[in-house]
Design a protein around this ligand. Structure first.
Ligand code: HEC
Ligand code: HEC
Length: 462
């Protein structure tokens, strides 16, 4: 194991957890501290009927204010359960992936989604206890409702996991799914109080007899349809996501299970660097290759950002927007690297168009920040939104702050070594996981159109 000193933000306790997360394989030919192989027993159980119901909800635009966007619009199989854009376009857009366009007229989006859409692999893994790039939803009982979230004590009780708690968030986000106040009853309800949109969504579900039957069958404790609640919707979405994109059959997994030939020579050399001198596993640790902790990597800023409440400058302060601690400024959660090769553009704001680019950024963040080519961002053209994209670069006070935020120690690697690390990251690809247990439904109970494509990402095409 690499010395902990490389890891500037690592407290004594956090380091202990990190070390505990990896299993020493004395019999590993590599002699590296590799994670233990994942198996189905590492996942929370799910209910088959609820997962099947969750599949329909995930693909159904009925959950969005203007019935024009579903979870699947931004979390698309064709883009490795992300959307292929640096920053996405929520409701008020049409089309999928980099082809997504804005509509003109009253439903024109008022801003881009401020962060890159995360991929949704292995969300049922028992180690997962925090959601989002800034960790604003977590298993934490500060509000007496089981989870910490932006909704605070208004989160309903009975949510079965942090993933279920997360599922209630996109539907109350005006930019993602709800739309504007004067456009529909969900958005109007949010203006009264943020949690009021959920009963409005349940009212829509109750108006579709097929959904009512499916909820009654999936939740045998329900004796009256009027007892269907937002919690039932969220738990079904959790069961679906848990069941659907379990990923532990990449070449790396085969290697962990003992098949030495599963990795190419380059990938093995990259693995040795990743778990050795390059120090990657200091943060990308454990079976999901993440410590689920927060670090500043000095990414170039892009887009409208996410700030602390009542602060309206186009910057993304990362973990600080949730913790309000100055030392957390510009820190973002370490992402899981499983299937990372298929989820570009990379970084919390999608500022790197290649895997090699984001890997090189880690090696010398400030140089990369200074030399960053903004031409690589993948954004929907939208003249009304574009003025914000790079506006923060004009801010002579903010830019030095962002540039100075760096929790990672530069590492010098040769071009060949960078190539080896990328080969290792490629070996984390598990195309089978994308096909899912349920796949893409043919239709949804609302009868609305489905945003999805059966096409696989380029690197999964035969
Ligand atoms: C408009 C695009 C959009 C839509 C629609 C959308 N998401 Fe997301 N999703 C995102 C973005 C962007 C993030 C990352 C946001 C952040 O971290 O601040 C995200 C994050 C997540 C995460 C967190 C994963 C993690 O590892 O932290 C989950 C789970 C998720 N979405 C599920 C859903 C579900 C379920 C729905 C439908 C109810 C949905 N999303 C609808 C864009 C979208
Ligand atoms: C100090 C902790 C730390 C170390 C060490 C580290 N990373 Fe990261 N890595 C992160 C964080 C945090 C992010 C997300 C940063 C952001 O989006 O602002 C990230 C992002 C990434 C991404 C982009 C993932 C995505 O989905 O966009 C890749 C790829 C990656 N790291 C690979 C590596 C490799 C390879 C190494 C070793 C050379 C490494 N990391 C070392 C913390 C670390």
């Amino acid at each position: 194991m690499i010395q902990a000193a490389r890891f500037k933000t690592c407290t004594f306790i956090a380091c202990g957890v990190l070390l505990g997360a990896s299993v020493s394989h004395a019999d590993q030919p590599s002699g590296l501290e590799l994670p233990a192989p994942i198996s189905a027993s590492d996942f929370r159980p799910f209910d088959e009927k609820r997962a099947a119901l969750g599949q329909l909800l995930f693909y159904d635009k009925i959950l969005s204010g203007n019935r024009n966007i579903a979870c699947s619009t931004c979390h698309a199989v064709a883009h490795g359960t992300s959307d292929g854009l640096s920053l996405g376009i929520g409701e008020g857009g049409v089309g999928l992936g980099p082809e997504r366009r804005v509509v003109s007229g009253p439903d024109h989006p008022f801003k881009r989604v401020p962060r890159n859409a995360t991929s949704l692999f292995n969300l049922g893994h028992r180690s997962i206890d925090i959601m989002f790039h800034d960790g604003r939803v977590s298993a934490d009982d500060s509000y007496g409702v089981g989870f910490n979230s932006p909704v605070e004590e208004w989160l309903p009780e009975g949510l079965q996991s942090v993933v279920a708690a997360q599922a209630l968030m996109p539907v109350i986000s005006k930019v993602e799914m709800a739309g504007q106040t004067d456009e529909n009853e969900l958005a109007a309800a949010i203006n009264r109080r943020i949690d009021q949109a959920w009963p409005a969504i349940v009212a829509r579900i109750l108006a579709v007899p097929e959904y009512v039957d499916l909820f009654m069958e999936a939740y045998s404790e329900l004796s009256d349809a009027r007892d269907i609640s937002p919690v039932h919707i969220a738990n079904a979405l959790d069961d679906f996501q848990n069941a659907e994109w379990r990923s532990f059959s990449s070449p790396f997994d085969a290697y962990l299970a003992g098949d030495e030939s599963a990795l190419s020579d380059d990938a093995r050399a990259g693995m040795a660097l990743f778990y050795g001198d390059a120090g990657c596993a200091d943060c990308h640790s454990g079976p999901l290759l993440t410590d689920q902790d927060f670090h500043a990597l000095t990414l170039p800023p892009l887009g409208p950002g996410r700030n602390r409440r009542f602060e309206h400058i186009a910057r993304d302060v990362g973990r600080m927007s949730e913790s309000d601690l100055l030392e957390d400024a510009y820190r973002f959660r370490t992402p899981s690297l499983r299937n990372v090769a298929m989820t570009g553009p990379w970084g919390h704001n999608g500022t790197f168009a290649t895997l090699e680019g984001i890997v090189r950024h880690h090696l010398d963040p400030q140089k990369s920040f200074d030399e960053w080519d903004r031409g690589q961002v993948v954004l929907t053209p939208a003249p009304e939104l574009e003025f914000v994209d790079f506006v923060i670069w004009e801010d002579s006070r903010e830019m030095p702050r962002q540039r100075a935020a760096q929790d990672i120690v530069p590492v010098a690697l040769s071009d060949a070594q960078v190539g080896e690390i990328v080969a290792f990251l490629d070996a984390l690809t598990d195309c089978d996981a994308l096909s899912g247990r349920f796949g893409i439904p043919v239709s949804v109970p609302s009868g609305l159109s489905i945003d999805a494509s059966a096409e696989m990402p380029e690197l999964c095409k035969p």
